[in-house]
Design a protein around this ligand. Sequence first.
Ligand code: ZN
Length: 118
Amino acid sequence: MISQREIERRYNKLLRDVETDDYYKIDLTNRVNCYVCDCGHITKTKDVDAGVTPFFHRCERCGVPAKSTFYKDIAPNKQPTEEWYRPTLKEAFKMRKNMDLLDHVLNGGLDVRKIKNR
Ligand SMILES: [Zn+2]
């Protein structure tokens, strides 16, 4: 299994890249994406950090992979229900058993969570 030290090394490098790399210099205002499912449902998400999000994402209604519209807001009257965020180093340590997810995160990928009602 990957060591915590190695995770920390890669995580710190990632944070440096996020600060300096143009790839991460995107405007997060209204950075919403829609995932369209064959069942007809649209799972709307927003990015709260700059990073990589997947092309397929689980439909919140039926659970099968739904397709990204590449940040085209096709449901302007709908509120996002999930948000993509950069996990903390502590959260990354907990992903050691899921190397695919951990690799995704250490390569600049975001994880997703439900938006809590405010
Ligand atoms: Zn669905």
